[in-house]
Design a protein around this ligand. Sequence first.
Ligand SMILES: [Zn+2]
Length: 447
Amino acid sequence: MKKCIVLSLLAVLIALLALLSGCNNTAKTDPPAPSAPTSAPDSEQSEEKFEFPENGVLALMGDGHVEGVIDGKNPSLDGTKLVVVFTFAKEKAGLDLEEATPIHYTFRKSDGSVVEGQAPLDSSVDAIKNDYGYVGVCFDMGFSIDLYDKVSFDLSFKDKSGKEFSVKEKSIFKGICYYGLDAASFDAKLGDKVSTMVAKNMIRQTATVNGTDFSLTIGLNKWAQRTSPEQIVTLSQLFWECYPRMHARFGEAGESPVDVQLNVENEGYEIASASGNSVHLYDGWLADHPSDFDCITHELAHVIQNGWDGSYCEYSGYIERFADACRYIYAFDGGRINDEVWELQTVSSENTRETSVRFLVWMDYTYSTEEVDLLLNFFTVCRSEKYHKDNWKKAWQEILKGTDLEGKDIEVIWKEYESSEFAKLSSKGRNGISQLSKKYPIREKYE
Ligand SMILES: [Zn+2]
């Protein structure tokens, strides 16, 4: 079976060459090419050929990807000719078709229109024949498929003896769909709560999460396929898992966007960056660092911040500290991937309030309550630009108000943190389990 598919692939490539060289307009009289699929060695020629049952439904090779015929990277089916090669369970199989057998077709285009009709079998392509008969059909479908489009179709035709065969509910892709980025591949991971539309060079997803309408647009204009289609699906999972939760907590204070753009671009060689509601991910980054998905959680936290001004933070570095605190707290899939490659520095390796991400996480975990959300207070103070960085004693008073830390000096609080066990346990681990998370289930607080 495997061999059959490989041979068929070869055959389709040959067909492609035949198509490109324009040799498909003359009646075909040559014997089948030596590499035609499933051609058998001489010693087996005497065996009987496979007898097809009545009204068979034929499987299409590649199930949706007619490799080499419709190719998103090098769109070679410029014309309107469709070559379909079947997968036969039996190696010595081929259909007995008349020249110009009518192929009945129904095409359903992505714009909702349906094209029905029939066209004669074009028998001039080698790939559709082997020693046992036809292993595929080629015909003029009467329209060409746009790049990035997807068309599904049914076919039916009869063999010489009048038996009817059909191909049902198959799809051909051209462009990003071809790489596996069709709505179905997202649906399989995201379920039906997120609706996905695949268009030219972009994917647009929408969903309502806890009463808020969100959209994610994945821009692939400058995608060079270094980030794999599977990784792009994972990125969308990450967005839908992480962003609405951050938004639920900080979005009102930040007037944060609900429509987010993620551009995967083979330029801009930094890892990733955020500006306004759009996030750039360098196309090579996940290819080389396949565990660093949560760099996007960090960038999404910047989108949530919605333009903090560093001069209204005690230290301008708080912009990054907050994004990293979110990267830890809202890490994708409970930190399963993140904690293997990224960690919160311990107090021994980072010793100032200015640089400590963990200090923020500690204050939040230890002192936020049902009534008072300390990290939200921190967010609100930074976002509202109420206190210039020279005036942050007051800012801290406002942040700590209503918590058990109310009235304490921030330096005294830092000393308390420094001497805590929380400050020293490693956050590195597998499957989101680390010394720190075992003792302090931080993420469970915000599930
Ligand atoms: Zn950042």
